[in-house]
Design a protein around this ligand. Structure first.
Ligand code: AMP
Ligand code: MG
Length: 390
């Protein structure tokens, strides 16, 4: 059995970023930028009006003053107009500011009378003008390498006239659930059988971190069948096996992998739940073996697999988000492994939830955070702790 830290280091050491590729900005949501991006264009690109109204020279523009309207400046063209004292230019939101103008009077604050306007307000210099570069300067960094591309990132890249973005490589994964007891949704359960929930849970976790599920299969506890599925799955970058990695007579995963020439780097980690965890390689494919107990599979996925996938996809941050929380009940870890307690983080409080056992899927489904308690660790009710959100 190895420590959690050693297991993590080994896995993250083996997982290398995949080659980057170009992709249309529209498709890049959730991927990770493979390079730094800098502004080619300032935002705004030119001084322009923030409102529909009149461009004026502010000095002397007091309430009650009349100005002659000498032109019109719409958005989308630059008519190269200029304004002098006593004059105004009709202007619209986003239109380039006429030469000489230093304020916009919004149309709600004037009375239009023929080709004149009457000001119903005093005018301050700079009012309703958006200055070139006030939001973003040319050359300023807009996206960091390894940053997750969000909708707002896509919008920002689009504002620079970019159609494509360089992102990290795609992880293709295969999920194989094993166990004679497993039935698929829609099948009639025989006595002693259960429905396969891990396959769905894992596929969802994989998709949530941006990986593609290229294959999913169910396999009985049968060495020949496992061999066949493992060989097919090894064409992908990652193979997940759930169930059958423990020590019982029906746990054939390790032996079958060995027979296929797989290298097994890790088997059993000091983590609770999730001890019978396996990591190795079959050809160029990483193999993760997770126990069949759903909560164990979930916790080991978050702690060991997710960081590896994110690293392969070029992410800069691979850990779960950590937040301070106030513990609502005493907690103590009397086991010999670091314990991940599932609970609910809400309004700054963390409350352990459900049965803290590795099969307790309902409790897990009500939780949204993990509290890690080291061996021998104890925390008191009301104490400030740090939780990991999922
Ligand atoms: P194993 O890791 O094969 O020893 O299985 C541990 C526990 O997890 C047993 O109670 C199994 O019935 C259960 N289990 C195994 N695979 C799955 C699965 N795909 N979905 C839900 N439970 C499972
Ligand atoms: Mg089994």
């Amino acid at each position: 059995m190895i420590s959690e830290a050693d297991a993590r280091a080994k896995i993250l050491g083996a997982a290398k970023p995949l080659p980057a590729r170009k992709m249309s900005i529209l498709e890049a949501l959730g991927h990770f930028a493979a390079e730094d991006y800098f502004a080619r264009l300032a935002l705004p690109m030119f001084d322009n009006s923030a409102m529909d109204g009149y461009a004026v020279i502010s000095s002397g523009c007091d309430r009650g003053k009349r100005l002659r309207v000498v032109g019109e400046q719409p958005a989308g063209v630059d008519r190269k107009l200029s304004v002098s004292k006593g004059e105004a230019i009709r202007i619209f939101t986003g239109a380039p500011l006429p030469k000489g103008a230093d304020a916009i009077v919004i149309q709600e604050d004037v009375m239009r009378e023929g080709d004149e306007i009457l000001l119903n307000t005093d005018v301050d210099v700079g009012e309703f003008i958006r200055r070139r570069g006030c939001d973003l300067g040319e050359g300023q960094k807009i996206v960091n390498r390894g940053e997750k591309i969000r909708g707002t990132t896509q919008g920002l890249l689009a504002s620079q006239g970019l159609a494509d973005v360089n992102v990290g490589g795609q992880v293709r994964a295969a999920v194989i659930s094993t166990g004679d007891e497993l039935a698929e949704a829609g099948e009639r359960l025989q006595p002693g059988q259960i429905y396969d929930s891990n396959s769905v849970l894992l596929q969802s976790l994989l998709k949530h971190c941006g990986a593609t599920v290229a294959m999913s299969a169910h396999c009985a506890d049968n060495a020949r069948a496992l061999e066949r599925e493992f060989q097919a799955a090894a064409k992908n970058q990652i193979l997940f096996v759930t169930g059958g990695v423990s020590v019982g007579e029906h746990d054939l995963v390790r032996a079958t992998l060995r027979d296929l020439g797989a290298k097994i780097d890790i088997w059993r980690v000091a983590i609770k739940p999730g001890k019978p965890f396996l990591f190795g390689g079959l050809g160029s494919c990483f193999v993760f073996g997770l126990t069949g107990n759903p909560v164990s599979a979930f916790v080991t996925f978050l702690q060991f697999v997710r960081p590896a996938i994110l690293k392969m996809m070029g992410a800069r941050v691979v850990d779960l988000k950590k937040l301070p929380a106030r513990l609502t009940t005493d907690q103590r870890n009397e086991s010999e492994r670091a314990h991940y307690i599932r609970g609910k983080f809400e309004h700054g409080d963390f409350t352990p939830i459900g049965r803290q056992e590795s099969h307790a899927l309902f409790g897990l489904s009500q939780a949204n955070a993990l509290l890690r308690l080291e061996v021998g660790g104890s925390r008191k009710q009301g104490e400030m702790i740090e939780v990991e959100l999922f």
